[in-house]
Ligand binder design. Structure first.
Ligand code: NAD
Length: 492
């Protein structure tokens, strides 16, 4: 068992009182590590350290170029440890090694490197004002940023939030999910090796209801960036009202995936499987509502079912595995409960049970429900597991109506060869990202975030960086002779 420590003010430490949480490998149910279960007093130490690093330290005063040198070093160190990091992420979360090796870890390194350079583009403007004055804006850091993340992409989301906030001069108190803290504590070791000044990033582990709540309501935290469920997002928003913190909320989804009759069937079928079963369906952007045009409905469903039966379920550490376990026993139960609900609401056409021989570990067979009504619970509630709802639409217009008939608005997918029609449908979808003939393209260059109850604010892209800044207007009077209008306002 590896016993991790948390990272506060540049030091690795235990929680006051020494409480610890154990990490369970979801594929084997074995205890693999433990880490501190911090209390509010630990969190307060972290906030004080971040406050000091921001208010008195050099970090916000460094140039973007100087801060960027640290981020580049962090990116190199992540790449040097990539093999170990992906193994740890797989063991802690059940994410397949294919996923952690090719996505989570390298993409995290790329984000540190990318934002090191991209942040030079975050700058103010000279304003064309109707007065003899030099009028310009500055983009300044917000201050101390609290960051809270879920368990489905732990290392990657830590990288996104930490890289984009610190490059602009902010300091951070980061709270990962209790279900997936190990890779984030590995990141703490990398930050130390990169000699990041103390207090710039503090990583505190423990219960969301205790630490998350305290971080969101703290009067000493200037901004909160939260990724997680819509339900918790709502309570975070209430807590953040304490000092009117800047807030970004990246929340849940029930994303539509529209398949039109003129698509390339094979590509659309493979893409649609990826959109729901990758990461065991534990993706905020999962294409969990598949809306298929009537003309190809039966054929497409048949193709999907045949392909789903071929997916290899098992040990996530095996590079050949397609589907690993769910994150926890609680999540397995939640998904199986939804499958029971689905059996009453629609027609289960494949999967949905516990795979034979995999009773140990939190495995659930990928499930497909056909003939789903969009007002059923399985079509409206976020399941966050490998459960696909297939719905029929008579044409593209009806598909778009069904697609938008949800409280969520995170992403949408569309499969068609008619790109003119695709761009028109992309405008009609009420969501923050639309993928046409593809799924899951996240780029450091492109903003990502929600419409409706999927939240607000953006991660990545220029918009994502701007979230971590505030604008200051500076006005320097240049009236010839120095006699400004305000100086003669009162004739005294
Ligand atoms: P969750 O909302 O239960 O937890 C998210 C984080 O909030 C965790 O770190 C948790 O400890 C913390 N937390 C719990 N209670 C809190 C409270 N009262 N105050 C403050 N923080 C608290 O979500 P989860 O189960 O970890 O993750 C799954 C959810 O995350 C899904 O709804 C998924 O759609 C969403 N998600 C969204 C995105 C996105 O970018 N939009 C990305 C990934 C996951």
């Amino acid at each position: 068992m590896n016993n991790y420590q948390m990272y506060i003010d540049g030091k690795f430490c235990e929680a006051e009182g020494g409480a610890r949480t154990e990490s369970i490998n979801p594929a084997t149910e074995e205890r693999i590590a433990s880490f501190p279960r911090a209390g509010v007093s630990d969190l307060e130490r972290a906030i004080t350290a971040a406050r000091r690093a921001y208010d008195e330290g050099d970090w916000p005063k460094f140039s973007t170029f100087e801060r960027g040198q640290y981020l580049i070093r962090i990116a190199h160190l992540i790449r040097e440890s990539a093999y170990d990091l992906s193994r740890i992420e797989t063991a802690d979360t059940g994410k397949t090694s294919k996923q952690t090796t090719f996505i989570d870890i390298p993409v995290a390194a790329n984000s540190f490197e990318y934002f090191a350079g991209a942040a030079v583009e975050v700058k103010g403007e000279t304003l064309n004002i109707p007065a003899p004055a030099l009028s310009y804006t500055l983009r300044e850091p917000v201050g101390v940023v609290g960051a809270i993340t879920p368990w489905n992409y732990p290392f990657l989301m830590a990288a996104w939030k930490i890289a984009s906030s610190i490059i602009l001069g902010n300091t951070v108190v980061f709270k990962p999910s209790r279900e997936a803290s190990l890779s984030c504590l590995e990141l703490a070791k990398i930050l130390e090796r990169a000699e990041l000044p103390k207090g710039v990033v503090n990583i505190v582990t423990g219960e969301g209801a205790v630490l998350g709540e305290a971080l969101a309501s703290s009067m000493d935290v200037d901004m909160l960036t939260f990724t997680g469920s819509t339900e918790v997002g709502r309570s975070v928003m209430r807590a953040a009202a304490s000092n009117l913190k800047r807030l970004t909320l990246e929340l849940g989804g029930k994303s539509p995936n529209i398949v039109l009759a003129d698509c390339d069937l094979e590509t659309a079928a493979n893409g649609s499987l990826c959109a729901i079963f990758m990461n065991q369906g534990q993706m905020c952007v999962a294409g969990s509502r598949l809306i298929v045009e009537e003309k190809i409905y039966d054929k497409f469903l048949e193709l999907l079912v045949a392909k789903t039966k071929k997916l290899k379920i098992g040990d996530p550490a095996d590079p050949a595995t397609d589907i690993g376990p769910l994150i926890t026993e609680k999540q397995k139960k939640r998904v199986l409960d939804y499958i029971s609900i689905g059996k009453k609401e629609a027609r289960l056409v494949v999967g949905g049970g516990v795979p034979a021989g995999l009773n140990k570990g939190y495995f659930v067979e990928p499930a497909i429900f056909a003939d789903v009504r969009n007002d059923s619970r399985i079509a409206q509630e976020e399941i966050f597991g490998p459960v696909l709802c297939v719905l029929k639409a008579k044409d593209a217009d009806e598909a778009v109506r069904i697609a938008n008939d949800t409280d969520y608005g995170l992403a949408g997918m569309l499969w068609t060869k008619d790109l003119a029609r695709a761009t028109s449908i992309a405008r009609s979808l009420r969501c923050g990202t639309v993928w046409v003939n593809t799924f899951g393209g996240f780029y450091n260059e492109a903003p990502f975030g929600g419409y409706k109850q999927s939240g607000f604010g953006r991660e990545l892209g220029k918009e994502g960086l701007l979230e971590y800044t505030q604008v200051k207007h500076v006005n320097v009077d240049l009236t010839p002779g120095g006699k400004t209008l305000v100086a003669s306002w009162f004739n005294v």
